[in-house]
Design a protein around this ligand. Sequence first.
Ligand SMILES: Cc1cc2nc3c(=O)[nH]c(=O)nc-3n(C[C@H](O)[C@H](O)[C@H](O)COP(=O)(O)OP(=O)(O)OC[C@H]3O[C@@H](n4cnc5c(N)ncnc54)[C@H](O)[C@@H]3O)c2cc1C
Ligand SMILES: NC(=O)c1ccc[n+]([C@@H]2O[C@H](COP(=O)([O-])OP(=O)(O)OC[C@H]3O[C@@H](n4cnc5c(N)ncnc54)[C@H](OP(=O)(O)O)[C@@H]3O)[C@@H](O)[C@H]2O)c1
Length: 443
Amino acid sequence: MTKVAIIGAGPCGLSALRSFEQAEKKGEKIPEIVCFDKQEDWGGLWNYSWRTGSDQYGDPVPNSMYRYLWSNGPKECLEFADYSFDEHFGKPIPSFPPREVLYDYILGRVKKGNLKDKVKFSTTVTSITYNGNNFEVTSRDKKDDKPSTDIFDYVVVANGHFSVPFIPEYPGMKSFPGRILHSHDFRDAEEFRGKNVVVLGSSYSAEDVALQCHKYGAKSVTIGYRHNPMGFNWPDGMKEVFHLDRLEGNKAIFKDGHIQETDAVILCTGYLHHFPFLSEDLKLKTGNRLYPPKLYKGVVWQNNHKLFYLGMQDQFHTFNMFDCQAWFARDVIMGKIKIPNDSEIEKDINKWVSMEEKLENPEQMIDYQTEYTKELHDLSDYPKIDFELIRKTFKEWEHHKVENIMTYRNKSFSSPVTGSVGPAHHTPWEEAMDDSLKAFLNK
Ligand SMILES: Cc1cc2nc3c(=O)[nH]c(=O)nc-3n(C[C@H](O)[C@H](O)[C@H](O)COP(=O)(O)OP(=O)(O)OC[C@H]3O[C@@H](n4cnc5c(N)ncnc54)[C@H](O)[C@@H]3O)c2cc1C
Ligand SMILES: NC(=O)c1ccc[n+]([C@@H]2O[C@H](COP(=O)([O-])OP(=O)(O)OC[C@H]3O[C@@H](n4cnc5c(N)ncnc54)[C@H](OP(=O)(O)O)[C@@H]3O)[C@@H](O)[C@H]2O)c1
């Protein structure tokens, strides 16, 4: 029987499991599937952990989520086509849920069947090689500290790419008297109440970690961008300045001459695509971009069509894009989609990469990833979903952020699956201190 290994039981791995389950429900004969996850439970980053550094087995903690994280995009943009928010919660819910609510939703559809039996938890995949015919996958059961090796026909890599932090060094860090951490290790903004905080970066982590610190009572928040400022209308107590030059004692000195006393520096400097378990010939090498190279349809490894990567793109679209990728990979594995010849593959990849290189602003990037996801969607039987509405919602969301970065999470959008409109949340985001599922759903 054909055997498929899935590495990771985060949203992408779960999309893969779900895709096979759906085919089986339609009476198709599916391959044998083994999913590995190094965490004790499924959900990937959404399975919040208080831990930082390494876990009780000495394995690096993959989790980068923090308490009080709320969705930074409208939930309507990431909704599963085959499992709506309305179906899961039994009623429409507001458009920007906190982490615990999204976690509950992600797990809702996979909990219904017996998919959990297919996952080997607390099991780290340590090596994957290809012998010309099939893959040798070696993993380590962390609880028993025992390695084991098995042979698979296909491998789906779904280990995420926001777990291994990129940590630059600036002069003065060694003698800085305060705390320096990467956003990967940021857990609770309460820690910074009453403190002067410097945040480095100009992307989503910098934006949201800075806002969290402000919301939970930091004395001041100074964001140091390197290339382009985010340029939002920051509230009093927050500012954006140009690039950190050095730390001198507890002073952060920026290249525009700005000097800020600081208690903590939070490096929101992004993550590395990291695949220590893959042999060189199978390893994707890329930064965080919308079309990583060497992936046909963003999914199939150009040099070995039995190897698939899910979710390796920089992400506007998330869960429903992961689903489209998983359904596509499933159909390639099950022989329903034929991979074209090498030159057509090359042409297709080059087309997407060269289009990506011309993108100039977020609107164009949203269009690009929407087109990509739509193309993939058309290739499988993943259920109907209104990508034009999602495109429009993303663009409105961008405008709302520019209008007011403190209030964009109070807006409502309509579902691309059911059409229902998210009700206004009972408490504006800035005042909502309790991010529990109970508080969020409670009227
Ligand atoms: C701080 C933060 C906030 C985010 N917020 C949002 C948001 O609001 N909305 C949104 O849509 N997206 C958000 N994202 C994007 C996020 O990438 C996706 O939501 C999603 O978690 C990606 O799923 P994944 O399965 O690719 O990766 P992950 O969620 O990272 O899951 C990967 C899994 O692989 C496992 N794994 C890794 N290596 C191995 C190994 N060697 N062996 C076995 N298992 C392994 C890990 O344990 C993990 O469970 C956020 C990301 C970050 C970092
Ligand atoms: N739900 C939420 O609210 C939430 C919160 C946080 C994160 N996220 C998600 O997490 C993912 C990762 O986001 P991310 O912001 O961590 O990574 P990212 O989008 O890859 O951005 C990395 C940032 O680091 C900066 N950087 C890199 N090296 C630097 C250096 N030496 N000095 C200063 N800046 C440097 C980059 O700046 P340059 O542009 O100058 O290179 C860029 O702004 C995204 O998918 C995002 O949606 C979501």
